[in-house]
Design a protein around this ligand. Sequence first.
Ligand code: SAH
Length: 390
Amino acid sequence: MPGIIVKPRARIFHGHDWVYASEIRKLFGDPKPGDVISLKDYRDRPLGTAIYNPESQIVARRISRRKQKLDKEFFQRRIGQAIDLRERSGIDPKLARLVWSESDALPGVVVDRYGDHVVMQTLTLAMYLHREMIAEALQERLDPVSIILRNDSPMLSAEGLEEEITMMFGEKPGPFIVEASTVEGGVKFEIDLLDGQKTGLYLDQLDAHTEIAKLAKGMRVLDCFCNQGGFALACAKAGAASVTAVDSSGPAIEATLRNAELNGVEINAIKHNAFDYLKHCEDEYDLVILDPPSFTKNKKSLTNAMRGYKEIHLRGLKLLSKEGIMATYCCSHHATRELFLENIVSASVDAKKSLRQIASHGQRLDHPVLPAIPETEYLKGFVFQIIPSR
Ligand code: SAH
C-alpha cells in the first residue's frame, strides 16, 4: 500500500486524524488521488490507514488505526455503529443526522434522515468514489423510500469535486411533511429535498427549539435568522403571546409561513436583513433569538465576524423588555466559546444591562464532538436574562 511518512510533531501525534501538506515528510509508493494509503511515522511505525487527496489542504484523513480497506463490509459496520449510537441516545431516528463525517469515522460522509427519505453527502474524493457502496449499505440498513446524493457543500471545491444532486435509490420525492417532537403535539415541517433553494431542516438545533419553547409561554418572541421557522414554530406552539420571524431569504420566509399554516399557528414572518430589522425595530420583545449563519469560515475573517455578533447582540438587548431573555447561537468553529461569551459581555456593557445566564446549549448528540479533533465542535448557544433590579 502506498502512503505518507508524517513529520514528527504533526497533529496526528496528538490524536487528530488529519495530515496537512505541511506535515508530510515523504510520500512512498506513488499514491493516487482518492486512494487508501498507509500512514507511518519517521521510524516506520504504522499510524493507520487514511484516504488521500493531494488537491486538498488536508492531504490525508485517517479512517482507522489499523489496516483497513474501503469495502462494503467497512461501510456496513461504520454506518451501523453510527446509527446504533443515535438510536441509543434517544434521538428520533427518523429526523436525525445519522452519519457525521470524522465524528463517525467516515471522513466526508454525511447522512441525514427525514422521515422515509435519506440524504447523503460525499465531501471527500475517496468517499465520493465509493458513493454507490455507501448508498447500498444505507439502503440495506434503513430500507428508505429514496436516497438522494446532495453534494452542494462549499467543501467540495476544496477537494476538487463538482456540485451534484442525483438520486442514488428510489424515485425523486416531491415535498413531504415530517413531524419533529420538539414540543408537545409536535411541530410539522414541509421538506423539499430536491429544491435548490431549501435543504432539509437544521437538525442540530432541534433540541434548542425544545429548550427555548419551554421559556416562550405568554412571551412576545422575535426569531432572527429564522430559516424555516424552527424556533418560531416551537414557541408559537408552546403558547407565545406573539411570534415575529425574520430571515433575508424569500424561500425561507415562504417556508416559515407555510409551516405556520400547517401547524395552525400565527407567525409574523418578515423577509428582511436581520441587522437592519434589529436596528430600526421599535417594538419590544420578551424573548429574542439570534441564530445567524456562520459569519466566518476561517481565522482571517474572525474580526469582522465578531463585529457582526456584537452588533446583533447589542441591538437584540436593546429590544428586550425589563426581564427579557436573549438566546444567541454561534455555529462557527473559529469563534470560540470564550470569544463568543466575551462578545456578549461587551455588548451588555454597551447596552448598560446586567445579564444572568440561564442555559447553555450545544450540538445535538447526532453531531458528536471528538475532543482530539477540535474542528468537530462548532455550535454553542447561551440563554441570558436581563437582571431587572440592576
Ligand atoms: N434558526 C434556524 C436556522 C438558521 S440558519 C433553525 O433553528 O432552524 C441561518 C439563516 O440565516 C438562514 O435561513 C439564512 O437565510 C439567514 N440569513 C443569513 N444572513 C441573513 C441576514 N443578514 N439577515 C437575515 N437572515 C439571514
